[in-house]
Ligand binder design. Structure first.
Ligand code: PGA
Length: 253
């Protein structure tokens, strides 16, 4: 039985005060939802204040939106996994589509980041997903397979407890146009089959696969009711507490 996992990716939004208030509000909502794992993923500069706002009061975990793979040194502007651990971070996004397609991160770089996060003892949320032209060209499975194989290269199955996959079709992110529950389930089942090949069946059965891309309170129930949809990675709707609370409630099975 996989525990549903809902994470809010705040992206490059919010002031410090807003981040603190939103973290506290999520922590309050989380009190009624013991069976749901909940994460909030602020910008680097807001991690410390968000963590402080909920410290000792909540099981809500804090995530980071990115990481650099080196341990320390002359890498101006970058943040290491050890620094994130020090701040109390639990999850790190690796390979979000905005990093792949806006910043230009490659599968090879993302694989190094994944290993740095795992080595630090944190949980990786590895994001994968196809662009609209790739879906139209029937390349969805190929794209997801390549991103999985390259992203997970060298990861031992003994570390799979530190791994979450987020399937986020690029065309659904921030567009208001979510994948249908059938489209999501089809890809999630494919991803799980690939995880069986990469690891083995019992390992694959334990890995959570989140769906991301225009998840809202109004579509969360149907998406989360799919057998291989184990949670959601939420962008825009995670910035509005009532919307996010609706998604959290939908995850309570
Ligand atoms: P969205 O973003 O919910 O705003 O579509 C999802 C994401 O980018 O993780």
């Amino acid at each position: 039985m996989r525990t549903p996992f809902i994470a809010g990716n705040w992206k490059m939004n919010l002031t410090k005060g807003e981040a603190k208030a939103l973290a506290a509000a999520v922590a309050e909502k989380a009190k009624d939802l013991p069976g749901v794992e909940i994460g909030i993923i602020p910008a680097f500069v807001h991690i410390a204040c968000a963590a402080c706002a909920i410290k000792g009061k909540s099981s809500v975990g804090i995530g980071a939106q990115d990481v650099y793979f080196e341990k320390n040194g002359a890498f101006t502007g970058e943040v290491s996994a050890a620094m994130l651990t020090d701040l109390g971070v639990k999850y790190v996004l690796v390979g979000h589509s905005e990093r792949r397609h806006v910043i230009g991160e490659t599968d090879a770089l993302l694989n190094k980041k994944l290993h740095a996060v795992i080595a630090a003892g944190l949980t990786v949320i590895l994001c994968i997903g196809e662009k609209i032209e790739q879906r139209k060209a029937n390349q969805t499975f190929n794209v997801c397979k390549t991103q999985l194989i390259e992203g997970l290269k060298g990861l031992d199955k003994s570390k799979a407890g530190q791994l979450v996959i987020a399937y986020e079709p690029v065309w659904a992110i921030g567009t208001g146009l979510n994948a249908t529950k059938e489209q999501a389930q089809e890809v999630h089942a494919f991803v799980r089959d690939e995880l069986v090949k990469i690891f083995d069946a019992p390992t694959a059965a334990g890995i959570r696969i989140q769906y991301g891309g225009s998840v809202k309170a109004s579509n969360a129930v149907e998406l989360l009711s799919q057998p291989d949809v184990d949670g959601a990675l939420v962008g825009g709707a995670s910035l509005k507490i009532d919307e996010f609370a609706g998604i959290l409630a939908a995850a309570k099975k």
